[in-house]
Design a protein around this ligand. Structure first.
Ligand SMILES: *Cc1c(COP(=O)(O)O)cnc(C)c1O
Length: 379
């Protein structure tokens, strides 16, 4: 048995990514330009959307997606609390108020019935998260919407995920992906917004570059004889071509990387489903999980303490993390949103643990994780 610590996650970069970066540096055009445009075309085609707009992160894509949906001060946006804090922060950036909905007990994704019960005359959007790569119940959410309420998808973890047999990105909403190193593919930092709506795409392209009516690349190609104009407040959320070039290479490997993650998850699932003490993530028949992360939930009736499990795994050289901490319990949100009761969110969060999950995790290390978890829950 090796004593090396098994990391929680790892990026999967190789020579192709290094060469792509070197080529961009040599070209002299490093900011948003032809590589980003090509990366956008590749992602749009892969996820089945008409338009893709690259940004500096999923967080900034969510900010622009909500603005383009007309969200602003005085509005409410319903989102899960069981998510990374970026989900709710993007709502705050627009001046709107996040309203937290609870999650489903099996999929751990936002519960459409709870969403419906929280709709008010101020609700402007529902921000659904495909948590750790499993699609939320989009059909249920669409049925819960009222006219004038947009559905925006936080697909930070869900590139390559499918719902009703079609990729996340193809269901006709505004969808935001992340390329942070913790996700299935990475550009260092980076994000992408996809949409089938021409007006939304045009608006988001303006907003990501200070609202300039002419892009840097267009001005460059016109040899400086066109002048830009600024009509509304925008941002600098442009992805550099250095990162776009990495994204192009990562997209070539997406299917292989996802297949390898799935193989890891299937071995974990097979081992842990035998154990009454452990609940594994559900995968409803209409959704295909990408396992951006792998979570187990400890069934409380067996008395295995979650924090104790984390301590013991770390002692055994296995990196792990507590499950997703609820946003509504963070001091920032306690102050802004007051007390909210979200019982499913709170218990799933308190009872779950992230285990090592990445495409190149060797089988011997997978076995070490499985053996360690089983010895702790049966010990
Ligand atoms: C990672 C993550 C984000 C933020 O993505 P960035 O690209 O780091 O901004 C947002 N939402 C969820 C659900 C995430 O997991």
């Amino acid at each position: 048995m090796s004593s090396q610590t098994i990391p929680l996650s790892r990026t999967e970069f190789g020579d192709a990514e290094a060469r792509a970066v070197a080529d961009v540096l040599a070209s002299g055009w490093v900011t948003q330009g032809p590589k980003v445009a090509e990366f956008e075309r590749i992602v749009a085609e892969r996820v089945g959307a008409t338009h893709a707009v690259a940004t500096t992160s999923c967080t900034t894509a969510l900010h622009l997606g909500l603005l383009a949906a007309g969200v602003g001060p005085g509005d409410e946006v319903i989102c899960p609390s069981y998510s990374f804090i970026a989900t709710a922060n993007a709502v705050l950036y627009t001046g709107a108020t996040p309203v937290f909905a609870d999650i489903d007990t099996r999929t751990w994704n936002i519960d459409p019935r709870d969403v419906e019960s929280r709709i008010t005359s101020k609700t402007r959007a529902v921000l659904a998260v495909h948590q750790v790569g499993l699609a939320a119940d989009l059909r249920g959410l669409e049925a819960a919407l009222r006219p004038g309420i947009a559905l925006v998808e936080d697909a930070a973890c869900a590139i390559g995920s499918t719902y009703e047999g079609r990729p996340i990105g193809s269901h006709g909403h505004t969808v935001c992906f992340s390329f942070h190193p913790r996700k299935s593919i990475s550009t260092g930092e980076g994000g992408m917004l996809t949409t089938n709506d021409d007006a939304v795409a045009r608006h988001v392209r303006l907003l990501r570059s200070h609202g300039a009516s002419v892009s840097d690349l267009e001005r460059h190609r016109a040899h400086g004889v066109v002048f830009e104009e600024y009509r509304e407040l925008g941002y600098n959320y442009r992805m550099p071509d250095i990162q776009g070039a990495i994204g192009i290479e990562q997209m070539k490997r997406l299917d292989d990387l996802l297949a390898r993650r799935r193989a890891v998850a299937e071995r974990y699932n097979a081992a842990f489903r035998e154990m009454d003490q452990i609940e594994t993530s559900a995968e409803p028949g209409n959704a295909r999980h990408t396992y951006q992360s792998y979570l187990i939930r400890l069934r409380p009736s067996y008395g295995v303490d979650r924090d104790e499990m984390i301590r013991r795994l770390v002692e055994m050289g296995i990196s792990c993390r507590r499950g997703i901490p609820p946003i509504h319990l963070e001091p920032l949100y306690r102050h802004r949103c007051g007390a909210v009761s979200l019982p499913v969110t709170e218990s799933v969060s308190a009872e779950s643990v992230f285990l090592p999950m990445f495409a190149s995790l060797p089988q011997t290390d997978q076995d070490r994780v499985i053996d360690a978890v089983i010895s702790i829950v049966t010990g």
